[in-house]
Design a protein around this ligand. Structure first.
Ligand code: PMP
Length: 356
């Protein structure tokens, strides 16, 4: 027998997620932190890792790490869950709240993984597109949830790739207006210094997603976490793979989280550089840059696909969204170091001219 029967029908035509990561001198495509973990902390991490028994399975729920995160957020252990990157927790969201006959409300343009997970799990996706300035169409969202058939939704704040926060008062109104599970994806919240976490005290249907990949420079280690009610977290625990967060990653995350104050200067540097990057972009003719509360800036430019190629040829990798729905002629640049941002701005001036 040489043939294999088709995979599950929902996979037909589905493109695997591709971060389009290519080698370049200046890597500004993946919203990573430009600063790696500093040397002294790395040594402490190494000491922690040396103590990890590699022959034993890890603590399935990473309870020591959960306790650290819970304490810092004024919550109990049962209100926190750690995952293999935010990505795993997003998949678990679709597994636990989605499925055939279930409905997900999406606010495009936003992180494409949400809709992909819905599709993988046979969940129907209903879109309420953002306005032309990428703000949430709040009345349309409230009207749509009032129909009563939405099982879960994600409000990304700040939104990726467009950059702006969701309004906290709107999120509170939304939570009160529906019994759908509302995930607020705060993967980039450290760069906005704003969170909806206080709303957890009043709203059982809120779950907050965070990550170690951005502010804590740990994209390589794969760690994310949820804050929510114990009942909601229990449902996530039902669908998770028991050992998804390995013992080495748990040791890294514990050390980094205990030392999180050390990341503050690098976070502030990114916030300062973001303002400089936006200012630099606004001075380039033909560029429309969108204000950002995150560690990246979305901008629109004619012939964006050609501009992306010209930038790449000049050693600068940014993310091309120009063929994504609702993001025509848009590129996204991650805020890097001052030197990287200067390299990007200089290359963009050239690249924009060449693409005319
Ligand atoms: N949410 C958003 C909005 C993101 O941009 C990302 C990273 N691309 C994630 C969640 C997941 O990040 P990670 O899996 O690295 O924790």
């Amino acid at each position: 027998m040489r043939s294999v029967r088709p995979s599950a029908p929902q996979l037909a035509g589905l493109e695997p997620y591709d971060p389009k990561y290519l080698p370049a001198d200046t890597l500004l495509s993946a919203n990573e932190n430009p600063s790696d973990v500093e040397e002294e902390l790395r040594r402490e991490i190494m000491r922690e890792i040396r103590r990890v028994p590699l022959n034993r399975y890890p603590d399935p729920l990473a309870n020591d790490l959960r306790d650290l995160i819970a304490e810092a957020n004024g919550l109990d252990r049962g209100q926190v869950l750690v995952g293999n990157g935010g990505d795993e927790l997003l998949f678990n969201l679709a597994l636990a709240w989605g499925g055939p006959g279930r409905t997900f409300l999406n606010l495009p343009p936003t992180f494409s993984v949400y809709a992909a997970n819905a599709r993988l799990t046979g969940t129907e996706t209903v879109d309420v597109p953002r306005r032309p300035d990428f703000s949430i169409d709040e009345d349309a969202v409230l009207a749509r949830v009032a129909e009563g058939d939405i099982d879960f939704m994600v409000v990304t704040s700040p939104n990726n790739p467009t950059g702006k926060l969701a309004d906290g008062a709107f999120v509170a109104r939304l939570l009160a207006a529906t019994d759908a599970l509302v995930m607020v994806d705060e993967a980039y919240f450290e760069f906005s210094r704003r969170t909806v976490r206080p709303l957890l005290a009043e709203h059982e249907n809120l779950v907050v997603l965070r990550t170690f990949s951005k502010a804590f420079s740990l994209a390589g280690a794969r760690l994310g976490y949820l804050l929510g009610s114990e009942d909601v977290i229990r449902e996530f625990i039902k669908v998770r793979q028991p050992y998804s967060v390995d013992a080495v990653s748990q040791a890294i995350a514990r050390t980094v989280y205990r030392n999180r104050a050390k990341f503050e200067p690098a976070i502030q540097a990114i916030i300062d550089e973001r303002a400089r990057l936006l200012d630099g972009l606004s001075r380039i003719p033909g560029v429309e840059a969108f204000p950002s509360d995150a560690n990246y800036v979305l901008f629109r430019i004619a012939n964006a696909g050609a501009v992306w190629q010209n930038l790449f040829e000049r050693g600068v990798l940014v993310r091309d969204f120009s063929s994504a729905p609702l993001l025509e002629d848009c590129l996204r640049v991650t805020v890097g170091t001052a030197q990287e941002n200067d390299a990007f701005l200089a290359a963009l001036k050239d690249a924009a001219l060449k693409a005319l």
